[in-house]
Write a protein that binds this ligand. Structure first.
Ligand code: GAP
Length: 429
């Protein structure tokens, strides 16, 4: 884990947030390479879940919603963690994470546990009184329920269908930590898939399987992933069943995504609290009912961390240690890097021209500093899957070498076939 964190800082994937002011708890900033990686993770999700399907549409809703939303959803009353305070050092802990009645830091006496609501509170407008209290959303899910009617009326979708969303959520976590794993501000990738009651179990099975396989297809080792069903006492108040996709992080098996059968809880509650009819008329069955909801809810930051950890590798090339991120080409920040072998004989100009052409299609890097071996190493370390070298032969016959990060094999091909070849390799199944 420490190696991944160091690499992230050193190569510009992730920086400590507000670093020049000493940092701020677990706030983290994505640097130039991290932002590309995370965008690719989100894009892979969006393509799989939204644009790649004809039964799912997208949404991008406001972070601050009407406060009644959180009454209806149950978050105001129940989105809490039990908190204890140390009477001596004043530190706070999640009651379920300390053993015994003494402070794990200083041994002081702990207070009785009290419930602490994890929602960030704010005020809408200039008046800071209770009438103007609002919350930053703790999940993106609720806006999909609140917009259920809108989506139904403005599309021609029939059950089963889903609404997908990627967006920021906020939780005032008592114990954030493990780098990107648990922060107070994070991005979720959530799908609310509405189905006929009675068909919910079959869709629950479908999504459990589909979501597990998504991580595998994007390169995570199957044996470092597992599906863990929630025990009865772990289930959220709205769920009939829930299973987590977990990854074997260096700090232990931990949740990447939860797939829940939320039943008709949310639509019913929002109907009740808003007074608006959120039922669905099933023309085939000639009946009206509240659809059931299957919810695959993933974290963009957590999966980015899992992809990074899983891709991290160290091996030896020609007697030298190398660090390599074996990221799936679709996730890699740069798809390729272009190198002139020599900084003379027109090679840099030729390499630049190739770089400019490729850059119109996908993110590509250009590097002419240092030995070719060192340049390969620099790209291996950030996961660039392909290296293109312009050499003496390029100047004669227009061919370049294409090096594969993992196999470290090289092939020669005409430079005008590069785009086509790279697209095929990036999109590999
Ligand atoms: N709508 C259901 C829901 O929000 P959740 O299990 O609380 O379910 C879904 O959250 C996903 O969001 C988690 O599996 C995780 O990937 C991500 N997530 C939740 N809290 C997080 C945090 N504090 N930091 C980073 N990611 C978080």
């Amino acid at each position: 884990m420490e190696k991944v964190v160091n690499l992230c800082k050193r190569r510009g994937f992730v920086y400590p947030g507000s670093e020049i002011y000493g940092g701020l708890g677990s706030s983290l900033d994505y640097g130039p390479l991290g932002v590309e990686l995370k965008r690719n993770v989100k894009e892979a999700w969006w393509r799989e879940i939204v644009t790649g399907r004809d039964d799912v549409v997208g949404l991008d809703a406001a972070v601050i919603m009407h406060p009644r939303v959180w009454e209806a959803s149950g978050h105001l009353a129940g989105f809490t963690d039990p908190l204890v305070d140390c009477k001596s050092c004043k530190q706070r802990f999640r009651a379920d994470q300390v053993a015994g009645t003494r402070c794990p830091e200083c041994g002081g006496e702990l207070t009785e546990a009290r419930q602490f609501n994890l929602m960030f509170k704010t005020f809408v407008g200039p008046v800071e009184d209770t009438a103007h209290v609002a919350y930053l959303r703790p999940e993106t899910a609720q806006s999909m329920f609140v917009n259920f009617r809108n989506v139904l009326e403005t599309s021609r979708l029939k059950l089963p269908f889903g609404i997908g969303q990627i967006g920021r959520s906020f939780r005032n976590e008592i114990t954030p930590g493990n780098f990107l794993f648990r922060t107070r501000e994070f991005e979720q990738m959530e799908l609310e898939f509405f189905v006929r009651p009675g068909e919910d179990e079959q869709w629950y099975d479908y999504w459990r399987h589909a979501r597990f396989e998504w991580y595998v297809r994007l390169g995570i080792a199957r044996d470092r992933l597992r599906l863990r069903p929630h025990a009865g006492d772990e289930l959220a108040h709205y769920a009939k069943g829930c299973v987590d996709v977990e990854y074997a992080f260096p700090f232990g098996w931990s949740e990447l995504e939860g797939i829940a059968n939320r039943t008709d809880f949310d639509l019913k509650r929002h109907s009740e609290y808003s007074g608006k009819d959120l039922t669905y008329f099933d023309e085939e069955r000639r009946e009206r009912y509240f659809p059931y909801v299957i919810e695959p809810a993933a974290g963009a930051d957590r999966s980015t961390l899992a992809f990074l950890v899983d891709a991290y590798d160290e091996d030896e090339v020609e007697g030298e240690a190398r660090i390599v991120l074996r990221l799936h080409p679709r996730l890699a920040p740069y798809k390729a890097a272009v190198f002139p072998l020599l900084r003379k004989d027109g090679q840099p100009e030729r390499a630049r021209r190739i770089y400019d052409t490729l850059r119109r299609h996908f993110p590509v890097d250009y590097d002419q500093a240092g030995s070719i071996g060192r340049r390969y190493r620099r790209q291996d370390e950030v996961g660039t899957p392909f290296g293109i070298t312009v050499d003496h032969d390029t100047m004669k016959d227009g061919t370049v070498t294409l090096r594969d990060r993992d196999a470290m094999t090289q092939v020669r091909l005409p430079e005008d076939r590069l785009v086509e070849e790279l697209v095929a390799r990036i999109e590999r199944p």
